[in-house]
Write a protein of this length. Structure first.
Length: 698
C-alpha cells in the first residue's frame, strides 16, 4: 500500500522540489521573495520557470495556467500548452520567466463592477510566489493575482495579500515596542472548517432546482430529519467513507493538509477541516478543496452540495474560519504567555481584535453576505446576523478586573497589573462551548463562524486582517510616542475595554432577547440581508480605514459593492425563474393529472351510490383545485415581481426590490407547492422528495 508520506505534496512545486531543482543562488533569491516580499529578478524568474516546466512535464503536464480568483467567488484558469514550434517542423517545450510572472487573459467576461470597460478586454494576472504552484490534471497551475490594466484589483487574492502586509507592518511595530526585534514577519493563520452535503447523482439529476441553483426551491419536510441527532459524529457510511478516502488522497497530493472528517448535524451533511496555515495559502487551498470535493464526488456517482442552505428546515452549511496571528518563528500572538510581559502583549493583541470587531462589525458582516448565506444567519442554526464576540467567563473576568482596577478572583485576589501579573491559564474547554457566537475566542485563536460554506474565505480575512491592523496602527502610534510605556499601555487597554465591551457577549446568541438587547441597549448593528449590509462598505469610516491601509482604493470598493449586489440579484433571479418554470412545467401539470384521477374516482364512487358520511375523493379534489388555483396565481405574481425589476433604478434599488418583493413571493409559492406535495400521490410527483434525497446515500 502506498504510504501518505510518499505521495503527500507530490503534485506541488514546494520547498522540497525547489531545493532539489534550483541552483543555490536561484533558490535563496526566490526564498527571499517568498518570505520577505523582495522583488524578483527576471533571470531568477526564468530559472524558476524552466525548473517548474521540467518538473511538471516529467509528471505528465502538457499545459500551464495562471490560476486566479475573480470576483465570481470561484477560481478561473485558461490553459496554454508548453509547445513552441522548432525550425525542423517539430516542437520544443518552453516556459519563460515572463510567462510565469505575468499573463494577459481576455478577461472581459469577469465581473469588474465598472472598473474595466468591456472594450478594454484585457486584464493581467501576476504570479503570487507565496503560494506554491501545483499540477491539476495535466496542467501546471500558477497561483496569481488578477488586475485591470489600470492596476485595480479584480480578484480576492490581491486585497488579501495587501491586508496581510498591512497586518504584518503594524504587528511588527507593536512587537518592537515589546522588545522583539528578531521577528522578521507576522502573518495571520487560518484553518477553515468546510461543511458540505453529499447526495446521489441520480437524485440530483432529477431536480432542476439543484442543477440550476445548488439548492432545493421546493420540498415538503421529510418524516425524519435531524431531530434524533443520530447523524452528528455518527459512523460514516461505506460509500461516504470511500469518497472521503479518495478526497483526502487527492488533497494530500496537492499539499492540502486535510485532517479532520466527520458527519455533521443534518442527514447527508459532513465536514472536513485542514490543519491551519498561512491565510493566503489556506484561501487557495480552500478553493481547491471545494473544487476537488465536487470532482471526487462525481467519480463516486455522488454530488457534493456546497450551498449554504440546500434544504429548508434542515441545518445549512457554514465554514468556520479559525484565525490567529503568528510570527515567523511560530509564536502565536493570541496565545496567553507564561510571563507577565508576554501577557501584556497578549492582552494588547486581544484588545486590538476586540476593538476591530466592534469598530468594523459591518465589514465583517458584509464580508460573508451572499444570497445563500442570508438563509442561515439569524435562522437559529448559525450565528445571528448581529456580530458579537465570545471571550468566555475567565477572560471576560480578567478584562473587567483591568477595566475597574478591581482584584481578579482567579489570580489570588490580586489586582491585575499589566506587565506585573501572570494571567491565569485558560481552560480550552471553558472557552469553546458557546456554539452560538459569531466570533469566539477558543483559547489561542478566534473562530469566525458567520461564513457560508460556499464563500471564499478571502473576503472575511481581508476585513479581519485589515480591521486588526488598524487597531494595531492606532496603538503603535500612541505607544511609540509615550513617555511612560507601561502606564500608556495600561490606560490604552483599559480604554479599549471600556469603549468596546458592548461587543462582548457570552450568552446564547439564538435567544430573541439577545437581539433586542444587542440592537436596543448596546447599539450593535443587525443587518439581516445582503442588501441591508452591502451598501455600508462605502461608509466613510470603512473607506478611510481600507484605503488608509492600502488594502483597497475607493474605486475598488465601489466596484466590489456593485458586484456583490449584482451576484445577489442574479442568484435570486435565477432561483425565481427556476421556481416559475418548475411550477408551470412540472408541479401544476402533475397535480392537475392527479386531481383528474381522483375526480374520476369520485364520480365512480357516486355511480356506485355507496352511502357515505364523508367523501374522501370529493374533499381531496376540492383541496387540490383550490391549491392549483393558488399555485397558478402565485406563480403569476412571482413572474410579475421579476418583470418589475426592469424599472429598478440601479443595483441598490434592484437588490432591495428583490429582498422586499421577489423573495417573499418565492416563499409563498413554495408553501403552496409543498402543501400540494403532501396531498399528491408520490408516483405523480415530478421530482424526488426530501426523504428520497437526504437518505439517498447508503
Ligand atoms: P472544532 O470543530 O472543534 O472547532 P476542528 O478541529 O474541526 O475544531 O477545527 C479547528 C480548526 O482550527 C482546524 O482547521 C485547526 O487546524 C485550526 N486551528 C488550530 N489552531 C489554530 C491557530 N492557532 N490558528 C488558526 N487556526 C487554528
Ligand atoms: Mg469542526
Amino acid at each position: 500500500m502506498e504510504k501518505i508520506m510518499d505521495y503527500f505534496g507530490c503534485n506541488v512545486f514546494d520547498d522540497r522540489v525547489m531545493k532539489a531543482t534550483l541552483s543555490e543562488e536561484v533558490y535563496s533569491s526566490l526564498k527571499n521573495t517568498i518570505d520577505e516580499g523582495k522583488e524578483l529578478d527576471i533571470s531568477v524568474a526564468n530559472a524558476v520557470a524552466n525548473a517548474m516546466k521540467d518538473w511538471a512535464v516529467a509528471k505528465g503536464a502538457t499545459h500551464y495556467t495562471h490560476w486566479f480568483q475573480p470576483l465570481t467567488g470561484i477560481t478561473a484558469e485558461k490553459h496554454d500548452s508548453f509547445i513552441s514550434p522548432s525550425p525542423d517542423g517539430g516542437v520544443i517545450l518552453e516556459f519563460s520567466g515572463k510567462e510565469l510572472i505575468k499573463g494577459e487573459p481576455d478577461a472581459s467576461s469577469f465581473p469588474s463592477g465598472g472598473l474595466r470597460a468591456t472594450f478594454e478586454a484585457r486584464g493581467y494576472t501576476a504570479w503570487d510566489p507565496t503560494s506554491y504552484a501545483f499540477i491539476k490534471g495535466k496542467t501546471l497551475c500558477i497561483p496569481t493575482a488578477f488586475c485591470s490594466y489600470g492596476g485595480h484589483a479584480l480578484d480576492k487574492k490581491t486585497p488579501l495579500l495587501r491586508s496581510m502586509e498591512a497586518l504584518n507592518k503594524q504587528a511588527l511595530r507593536i512587537l518592537k515596542l515589546f522588545g522583539n526585534t528578531s521577528a522578521k514577519y507576522v502573518r495571520s493563520m487560518v484553518g477553515p472548517e468546510q461543511e458540505y452535503f453529499l447526495i446521489t447523482k441520480e437524485m440530483y439529476d432529477q431536480r432542476p432546482d439543484l442543477r440550476y441553483t445548488g439548492r432545493t426551491l421546493f420540498g415538503a419536510k421529510a418524516p425524519k430529519g435531524q431531530e434524533m441527532n443520530d447523524h452528528y459524529f455518527g459512523a460514516i457510511k461505506p460509500k461516504v467513507a470511500e469518497f472521503m478516502d479518495d478526497l483526502n488522497k487527492e488533497l494530500w497530493k496537492l499539499g492540502v493538509l486535510a485532517k479532520t472528517e466527520h458527519n455533521e448535524v443534518a442527514p447527508a451533511q459532513h465536514e472536513l477541516a485542514p490543519i491551519y496555515t498561512t491565510t493566503n495559502i489556506a484561501t487557495d487551498h480552500n478553493q481547491l478543496t471545494m473544487e476537488i470535493m465536487q470532482k471526487v464526488a462525481s467519480k463516486h456517482g455522488l454530488v457534493c452540495l456546497l450551498h449554504e442552505k440546500p434544504f429548508a428546515g434542515v441545518n445549512g452549511s457554514g465554514k468556520h474560519n479559525n484565525w490567529s496571528i503568528a510570527t515567523d518563528s511560530g509564536q502565536n500572538l493570541l496565545s496567553p504567555g507564561d510571563t507577565p510581559y508576554e501577557n501584556a502583549q497578549f492582552l494588547l493583541f486581544l484588545c486590538a481584535v476586540i476593538k476591530a470587531v466592534d469598530d468594523y462589525q459591518d465589514l465583517l458582516r458584509l464580508s460573508v453576505a451572499t444570497a445563500g448565506n442570508d438563509h442561515r444567519l439569524g435562522a437559529n442554526e448559525a450565528p445571528p446576523a448581529v456580530v458579537s464576540m465570545f471571550l468566555g467567563d475567565e477572560l471576560t473576568g480578567v478584562l473587567e478586573a483591568i477595566e475597574t482596577d478591581k482584584p481578579y478572583k482567579g489570580a489570588e485576589k490580586q489586582q491585575m497589573r499589566l506587565g506585573v501579573d501572570v494571567l491565569p491559564i485558560f481552560n480550552r474547554d471553558t472557552t469553546d462551548r458557546n456554539r452560538t457566537s459569531p466570533f469566539a475566542f477558543t483559547g489561542n485563536k478566534f473562530e469566525f463562524r458567520m461564513l457560508g460554506s460556499s464563500n471564499s474565505i478571502g473576503c472575511a480575512n481581508i476585513m479581519l486582517n485589515s480591521a486588526v491592523a488598524e487597531s494595531l496602527r492606532i496603538y503603535a502610534d500612541r505607544l511609540e510616542n509615550a513617555d511612560d510605556f507601561e502606564t500608556t499601555l495600561h490606560e490604552m487597554i483599559r480604554k479599549t475595554i471600556k469603549d468596546h465591551k458592548r461587543i462582548i457577549f457570552n450568552g446564547n446568541g439564538y435567544d430573541n432577547s439577545w437581539i433586542k438587547e444587542a440592537t436596543e441597549v448596546r447599539g450593535l448593528s443587525n443587518y439581516r440581508t445582503t442588501p441591508d449590509c452591502m451598501p455600508h462598505l462605502l461608509d466613510k469610516k470603512n473607506v478611510d480605514m481600507l484605503t488608509g491601509l492600502g488594502v483597497f482604493s475607493e474605486e475598488e470598493m465601489k466596484s466590489r459593492r456593485d458586484i456583490m449586489l449584482e451576484n445577489y440579484s442574479k442568484t435570486v433571479i435565477i432561483e425565481a425563474n427556476t421556481m416559475v418554470s418548475m411550477s408551470r412545467e412540472q408541479i401544476l401539470p402533475a397535480v392537475e393529472k392527479y386531481s383528474a384521477f381522483i375526480a374520476n374516482a369520485a364520480i365512480a364512487k357516486r355511480t356506485l351510490s355507496v352511502s357515505i358520511k364523508y367523501d374522501y375523493e370529493t374533499d381531496l379534489v376540492r383541496k387540490l383545485s383550490v391549491l392549483l388555483n393558488r399555485i397558478a396565481a402565485l406563480t403569476g405574481d412571482l413572474d410579475e415581481s421579476l418583470l418589475a425589476l426592469h424599472d429598478a433604478d440601479g443595483i441598490i434599488q434592484e437588490s432591495e426590490m428583490i429582498r422586499d418583493s421577489v423573495i417573499p413571493k418565492m416563499s409563498e409559492l413554495r408553501i403552496a407547492c409543498d402543501e400540494a406535495e403532501t396531498l399528491t400521490d408520490k408516483t405523480y410527483w415530478p421530482f424526488p422528495t426530501y426523504g428520497d434525497i437526504l437518505f439517498s446515500v447508503r
